[in-house]
Design a protein. Sequence first.
Length: 140
Amino acid sequence: MSEPFSVRITVRGYETDVQGHVNQSVYINYAEHARWSLLQAAGISQAGLTGRGVGPVALETTIRYKRELVAGDEVEVTCVFEWGDGKTFRIEQTIRKTDGTVAAELTAVGGLLDLRERRMVANPQGWFKELASDPGLFGL
């Protein structure tokens, strides 16, 4: 198995709360940044998606906090898509400090929304495979 897709992020001071650690909502921003970075690396843009009349939607996100992050920490945020047979897919993500310490684990359930019909499309992996110049980044 190849290494999961990842992006590096440096924690900025304004992302911390009164305790001096990263605010809970920022973890979702980090995860979302990694997802869009993966799409871009695979050759899929927002304009490309909307031009085809679809857009990704988040249906559920679970975060397991393991260790705190503070301003100046550098982290790698991984992103692995897991495909099933239905209209949804899972995304497993890990936020890990450069010393290997896991700061958080995220599991998301997503799908592709038909922007005209406002309904989930069937076979989202087929759409990603068709739209991507490098579908291997999605495990396809």
